[in-house]
Design a protein around this ligand. Sequence first.
Ligand code: DAH
Length: 346
Amino acid sequence: MNLEELQIKIKTIKEQLKNESIVDSELLQTKYLGKKGSFNDLAKAIGQIDPEQKKEAGKLLNELKIHLTETIEKLEKSPKKASFEDLTAPGVKPKVGHMHPVSQAMEEITQIFERIGFSRARYPEVDWDWYVFESLNMPKSHPARDEWETFFVEAPVDPEKGKVVLTTHTSNGQVREMERLKSKPPIRMINIARCYRRQQDATHTQMFHQFEGLVVDTGINIQHLKGTLDYFAEQFYGPGTKSRIRPFHFQFTEPSFEVDFSCHICNGTGKINEEKCKFCKSGWHEVGGAGMVHPNVLKAGGIDPEKYTGFAFGWGVERTYTLKQGLNIDDIRLLYSGDLRFLEQF
Ligand code: DAH
């Protein structure tokens, strides 16, 4: 063998290693650098080389050895190795996401009401003035409208239904539900949707969610409303939670009430070890409004108020949810910050 032939053989070995399909470095080590490996075979053949060329041949062989060692080491660390599946290796647990806490709350609220025969409804979140205000006994220019800091949409005004607004409350679903059922009770609706108001601070966001209950049938009275509120309080906040209704005014209910739930931290007493409960201050949390559906609202939905009566209630999903035991979310804006450090806690 002369130098030229040696060089060709070296090249062939390098090529072979480059296109190697084996990815296990130990096997490669044996194949190329082992006792009976390609390198040793070649080294043995050096004896046949001309004495003057031996020095040069030794140099080439040395280089080959370094090349083989380094390449095999590199292969061990290369991504090719990853394609070799070790089926016995312990698995890597993938990160699993979950529903947003507000979606979880909506799901829970829906289920609680479905258990007593309510059905979930969805109505537009951009709606006509008629459904948001006028059909709810709030004629144009009525001062009660000031309560709802409304976003108006620049859209053509409908001659009958008026302007287009972003829904300020889910009560727009009331007359829509009556229409959907062709003004034929019984109605047992729970409408959960986004609402919008011009407001922004630690306890208010411009977009939030409300849920609205509406029941219309013959012989419906305040006891049915109170029973439903008590049922929800126990189901959502836990056994022993009570509801309380206080006289209030809404245009779309008569009589109207504000709804409170007893505080689960102090059990509705307002005190913890003789000190004022910091969470509620009074033993109760105000959550929303309720009342007996106003006859004018029933009429707007084509229902005879002489024959049917109903109750309705509505309040914020976020507010209701953040009062849950152990949550202690004091800034509602965190819910929509998209901050995973916050969201991952739920
Ligand atoms: N829509 C009211 C609000 O956004 C809440 C409300 C009060 C809903 C009384 C009702 C109700 O259905 O009967 O403040």
